[in-house]
Design a protein around this ligand. Structure first.
Ligand code: 13P
Ligand code: 13P
Ligand code: MG
Ligand code: MG
Length: 362
């Protein structure tokens, strides 16, 4: 059996209304295009979704990771959808398309991309996560909990196929270097890095045998463009069960509405709210930041699903907690630690203010 690749490629090509959601015609357009590519055989299957104002293309195919053909296809769909967004005058049409022409690989051009290739198991449950109003560092804590924390994942203790631990691939986004750390052996070193979630980002997780378990999108729009032009609302793919965390262990970290960087103008800490796709439309102060989880069984490359995993009453309390935290932290207004530190804000007036006040500093 040929290996299957799952590619989740996303971009903000224009918001409806403001940065809050996606216009239904954009989703339809993306689906129609992908239908044609499925008929042609470029892809095996696809699912189109959105989290807030981000368009999510979930694709299965046999062309492997970083395939020029797949990336070009996704890029062309984003361009087509941008044209429609411009016609509708949607907000920030083409926000994530940083270049005028496709350069061979979608990475570094604005869209985000998480990909993995594997031989399908007898049963292949996969969960695709997508977030809005935050950045790729938002996945650090839940990934650590899923794959290294026995208080989250009992499988690490009682499942012989998980007891050996996992390998964490950490990206330093400033140096553009990666380091592989083992759990449980290196967990204190690992936490020393990934606790700084705006600097060190988990890129992938592997079994000790080398088999892929998790992949995230790690493109940081700010650094790519040489300046901060948008928090890169991230995606990730996780394989579940039989040697990987169970579906419930993969979802469990989101029962806590933890704080992530993003929210209004990409410049605030706020609570991460797990929601159904229907509720993935951040409005209050352009948030709070949202995360959706789409569950699939991958069957001969076909995406059976999705199941909308956070459309479950067991996440009601996390949502309530998020609303309470939002209420509390919002009262800090323009003050840290609600507002991000100067170095992490998406934009700032500080240089102009300092220039204006130059003569008044004594
Ligand atoms: P079942 O007995 O329902 O298959 O569940 C097993 C399991 O691992 C649940 O996490
Ligand atoms: P997006 O990154 O989702 O477009 O949000 C930008 C923003 O400024 C929200 O206030
Ligand atoms: Mg936007
Ligand atoms: Mg967005």
């Amino acid at each position: 059996m040929d290996k299957i690749t799952i590619s989740v490629i996303k971009a903000d090509i224009g918001g409806y209304v403001g940065h809050s959601s996606m216009h239904p015609n954009i989703l339809t357009k993306a689906m129609q295009s992908l239908d044609k590519h499925k008929d042609k055989g470029t892809i095996v299957d696809f699912h189109v979704s959105h989290c807030g104002d981000d368009l999510e293309l979930i694709l299965t195919h046999r062309l492997g990771e970083e395939s020029g053909e797949i990336h070009k296809m996704a890029w062309d769909i984003f361009v087509e959808c941008t044209e429609l967004a411009k016609k509708l005058k949607l907000y920030g049409a083409g926000q994530d398309l940083l270049s005028d022409a496709f350069s061979g690989n979608i990475k570094g051009m604005g869209p985000g991309c998480a990909e993995m290739t594997f031989e399908e198991r007898r049963s292949e449950p996969v969960i695709v996560f997508a977030a809005d109003k935050t950045s790729p560092g938002a996945w650090n804590m839940p990934l650590y909990k899923m794959f290294a924390d026995p208080f989250n994942t009992i499988g690490l203790v009682i499942d012989p196929s998980m007891h050996g631990g996992f390998i964490f691939d950490v990206l330093d986004i400033f140096e553009n270097k990666t380091v592989k750390l083992n759990s449980p052996e290196d967990i204190y070193d690992l936490l020393c890095l990934i606790g700084a979630s705006e600097h060190y980002i988990l890129k992938g997780i592997y079994k000790k045998s080398g088999e892929i378990a998790a992949a995230t999108s790690t493109q940081k729009v700010n650094l790519m463009a040489g300046r901060y032009v948008g928090k890169d609302d991230p995606v990730m793919i996780i394989r579940c069960q039989s040697g990987f965390p169970a579906v419930g262990e993969v979802l469990e970290p989101f029962a806590l509405s933890y704080l992530v960087a993003g929210w209004m103008r990409g410049s605030h800490w706020g609570p991460f709210m797990p929601v159904s796709v229907d509720d993935a439309n951040p409005t209050r102060f352009d948030g709070p930041p949202r995360v959706i989880a789409l569950g699939f069984q991958i069957t001969n490359g076909t995406l059976i699903g999705p199941r909308d995993m956070f459309a479950d009453v067991s996440y009601d309390l996390a949502r309530k907690q998020a609303n309470e935290i939002a209420n509390y932290i919002r009262r800090h207004g323009p003050f840290e630690p609600h507002r991000l530190p100067l170095s992490d804000m998406e934009y700032t007036t500080l240089p102009q203010v300092l220039e204006k006040l130059k003569g008044r500093f004594k």
